[in-house]
Design a protein around this ligand. Sequence first.
Ligand SMILES: *Cc1c(COP(=O)(O)O)cnc(C)c1O
Length: 426
Amino acid sequence: MTISEQLFRRAEAVIPGGVNSPVRAFGSVGLTPRMIASADGAHMTDEDGREYLDFVGSWGPMILGHNHPTVREAVIRACENGLSYGAATKREVEMAELICGSVPNVDMIRMVNSGTEAVMSAIRAARGYTGRDRIIKFAGCYHGHADALLVQAGSGVMTAGIPDSAGVPEGCAKDTLSAVYNDEMSVQRLFDAFPKEIAAVIVEPVGANMGVVPPQKGFLEALRRICTKYGSVLIFDEVITGFRLAFGGAQAYFGIDADLITYGKIIGAGMPVGAYGGKREIMECVAPKGPVYQAGTLSGNPVAMAAGLAQLTLLKENPELYTDLNRTGAWFFGELGKIAEQSGFPAAVNSCGSLGCVFFTDTDVVNYETAKTSDTEQYAAYFRYMLDHGIYLAPAQFEAMFLSAAHTEEDLRTALDLIGDYFRRD
Ligand SMILES: *Cc1c(COP(=O)(O)O)cnc(C)c1O
């Protein structure tokens, strides 16, 4: 038994499923997790000393690669001054100013500790601001594990949400309406039914939790138009896309204004951080300025802020990083698409900037229904082949591949060659 396997045995006895987040389990690919011991740049090493080229990047935060010296040194320096004070600090001000000064429509921002918390709080703020209860989310978009967001698509668009997890009371899901990604009419129909009851529409501006599903031309524009017309808050969940597609996130990349924006992942550079921000009149509803309560003992933690501030400052000062990363993404996922096509393998490659994924289907993937046509057994076989050859992909079909500034052309060519070998193997 490998050291990873031994550790996983021990983990299973004391941690549900042996992991602290279900996406880390290797169940859907028929393996047990590799226990990671260290990571540097685009590479990770497990407890058995096996090395991997990593395409998960901690699910997004590692846009500069793992263990970036600038971030690491900022964290070490911050640690020397104590880990937490539960009091206001200068770094929180600098963090808020950096973001408000460079991201569209973020007049004010509140730091929290995870993406889940950011989304949960943004929805509360939108409800407090509008005095309405209902929200619209899109099937296949993930917004963290708050009760109201663990909702399946109803059988018809008029149905209220059905809990997608045990332990979520029906009452918590009843105000969550489910629409179809890339289908503006599915949203319009919900507003026709409840014109004055919808507090917010929340969307991943690039779907990145059902595999990668970019918005079709006009979709985000339509959401903006509809929200403005009905006085609803448009929430862009930019926990993945924020500071990734561009420093200004999807808003800047697509040129669409949101009212509230949620962040996580990159904003903490690997520390547990989230944030929500947006238009001043909405954010001023948040306590202690306004009546919408939201708090956090460790929010704006000095060490976490040091990590996030170091990464964001570096990204802001080097805008060519985005040009390069997006160009690399276009090239890499373009090549991947060509390989799939030439091999005749039933695979569809979707991408947007440095995010992409391979769906094992010959259907165009534009929403959750079409994403689900993927052959997940095929994905599992592909995953195992790649892992055997030192490439660490997400251990589930419906996740993204994340490129970072640390992936070299040589790394990416190695990955393309292996994927090509796999596609041509059958
Ligand atoms: C990861 C993610 C979240 C949840 O963030 P956590 O930090 O895991 O709580 C929310 N929204 C999106 C789009 C995400 O990708």
